[in-house]
Design a protein around this ligand. Structure first.
Ligand SMILES: Cc1ncc(COP(=O)(O)O)c(C=O)c1O
Length: 281
């Protein structure tokens, strides 16, 4: 597989970065994960918009020319790796670049960012989408800029490990008694016929899949409430759904030791799953 690193396409094994890279030293960078289905980058504009927002918020020195090249690089990687006919994920990471000696504050403005982009064949977990998954609630131990998609993912890594050790697919993070999101997905809850999800805020990442769902709900006339839901209220939900670029629309049928709704994926979940497939394929 070929990847892109700082202007050059090369075999993955040959791609290396500096030990002074601030992504490596400080987690000082941002990333995006996109799906490419049948050669088409799904919701490319939304992903680039979120990337731009992160670049601006962190003052990363990505030039306009470098930014303008990103879509073409992604398409080229798909072609080069013969992934046009496959479901694929694109991983794109942009860090503040390498500077020495190690020093926390931002280095000189002219320090070039490190840009890495790769493409990998992807298989959605269609079986689990049909049967539903189990999840656990966990304390949300992250910082208060979760709206930025930074590579600083250690809390998410630790939370994912808890799920692995408990042998469950998902996590529902709780901050101050409120449901925020999953470690790599957003959470929707259907309570009394209304679809609840955490409002846009520094405590969640506003997911692109979440955006697709909110747009669709408006068109389809599904009532939506962008209001915080308390942990205790999750157990009143008839349906709980995790959403994300690699999660798709994943129903949750059990949380901790309690069954959600009837213990199987519900009608809103099915509707959203159909819509996402329609839009993506
Ligand atoms: C913490 C977190 N929330 C939500 C999402 C879902 O975002 P998207 O739908 O854009 O993949 C992700 C995706 O990686 C994530 O890491």
């Amino acid at each position: 597989m070929n990847i892109y690193l700082n202007g050059i396409f090369k075999p993955r094994k040959e791609a290396t970065i500096s030990v002074d890279d601030r992504g490596f030293l400080f987690g000082d960078g941002i990333y995006e994960v996109l799906r490419c289905v049948n050669g088409r980058l799904f919701r490319l504009d939304s992903h680039l918009r979120r990337l731009d927002r992160g670049i601006r918020a962190l003052s990363i020195g990505l030039s306009e020319a470098q930014r303008a090249d990103l879509p073409e690089i992604m398409q080229k990687l798909i072609e080069m790796n013969h992934l046009q006919d496959q479901d694929t994920t694109i991983y794109m990471q942009i860090t503040r670049g390498a500077s020495s000696p190690r020093s926390h504050a931002y280095p000189a403005e002219e320090t070039p960012p490190t840009i890495m982009i790769s493409a990998t064949p992807f298989q959605p977990n269609t079986m689990l989408h049909q049967t539903g998954a189990h999840a656990i609630t966990v304390p949300d131990v992250r910082w208060s800029r979760c709206d930025l998609k930074t590579v600083n993912l250690l809390p998410n890594v630790m939370i994912a490990q808890q799920a692995k050790e408990r042998n469950v697919f998902g996590t529902i993070m709780i901050r101050d008694g409120i449901v925020t999101e999953g470690y790599n997905n957003n959470v929707f809850m259907v309570i009394d016929g209304t679809m609840y999800t955490h409002p846009d805020s520094p405590y969640i990442l506003s997911g692109i899949t979440r955006e697709v769902i909110l747009e669709f709900a408006e068109k389809a006339g599904i009532p939506v409430a962008l209001v915080p839901v308390r942990e205790s209220e999750v157990f009143y939900a008839r349906e709980v759904i995790l959403t994300g670029t690699t999660t798709d629309i994943q129903p949750v049928i059990r949380i901790n030791d309690r069954t959600v709704g009837d213990g199987e994926p519900g009608p809103v979940t099915r509707l959203l799953q159909e819509e996402l497939v329609k839009q993506m394929f």
